[in-house]
Design a protein around this ligand. Sequence first.
Ligand SMILES: NC(=O)c1ccc[n+]([C@@H]2O[C@H](COP(=O)([O-])OP(=O)(O)OC[C@H]3O[C@@H](n4cnc5c(N)ncnc54)[C@H](OP(=O)(O)O)[C@@H]3O)[C@@H](O)[C@H]2O)c1
Length: 257
Amino acid sequence: MAGKTCNILVTGANRGLGLEIIKQLAEKPCPGRRIFAGCRDPSKAEGLEKLSKKHSGVIHIIRLDVGDNASVLEAAKQVSSIVGGDGLNLLVNNAAMMYYSNMKESVPSEMENTFNVNVMGPMRMTKEFLPLLQMAVKKSSESSMSCRRAAVINISGMMGCIEQVPATYGLFPFVGLPYRVSKAALNMMTVCNAEEFKGDGILFTLLHPGWVRTDMGGPDGKIEAAESVSGMLGVIEKLTEEHNGAFLNYKGQPMSW
Ligand SMILES: NC(=O)c1ccc[n+]([C@@H]2O[C@H](COP(=O)([O-])OP(=O)(O)OC[C@H]3O[C@@H](n4cnc5c(N)ncnc54)[C@H](OP(=O)(O)O)[C@@H]3O)[C@@H](O)[C@H]2O)c1
């Protein structure tokens, strides 16, 4: 993504992988780039605030709760007023939540809340930002799919791989059932979106960030956020229409479903 102007929005940008994505994007020289950092409560996002001051005029902090229709609508209006006719080139649906409960412990409201954020969140974001993504396609000088034209990256994870459950269930007993189910659903939604919007020229790809030492990944994660994000940004930069509907890890290797 270096060297090309593009407008990027990342959800859940106040901590963890989201904050690291904003940091690494801001550090890549790209004149005219606007980075929108969505977070639920900007007044508590000290790290993000500091970063936005360092990269003033590049990082725009947007109040955004992906679990709330009105908040997503308001964020879309705000971003639209800044990007104007340039549209949005890259939407990274990163925000997610997890309960640590299995079937016996879990209650239906946990499944409902998890779906509201992890599945309906990306759904709301994609629907409300679609006009801006379509605008970016029209404005782009590129004729094929890429993150410089218009792309939606949904951050999924290995815990959503149905085929891998027998191998991962015992290894990650703390990963809650609602979370696993929500990521499998996100995978299905993304593959369907890839088909629905291929005529519009918008690329949809799923990424697995690895097992990362964040609040969600915990201290035993295998890699730091910096390694995961630098890998994912490298992968995003090289995506083409061949990767529309694909599920890749942060090294660019295909994931099983
Ligand atoms: N870490 C891993 O090992 C790992 C592995 C596989 C996949 N992933 C995926 O990677 C992504 C990032 O994970 P992470 O490890 O960075 O998690 P994290 O450290 O727990 O951060 C989660 C982020 O999502 C935000 N968020 C939660 N609910 C939200 C809502 N309703 N609206 C807006 N933002 C909301 C949080 O904001 P608040 O501070 O406001 O709560 C926070 O910024 C997630 O999609 C996760 O499923 C992570």
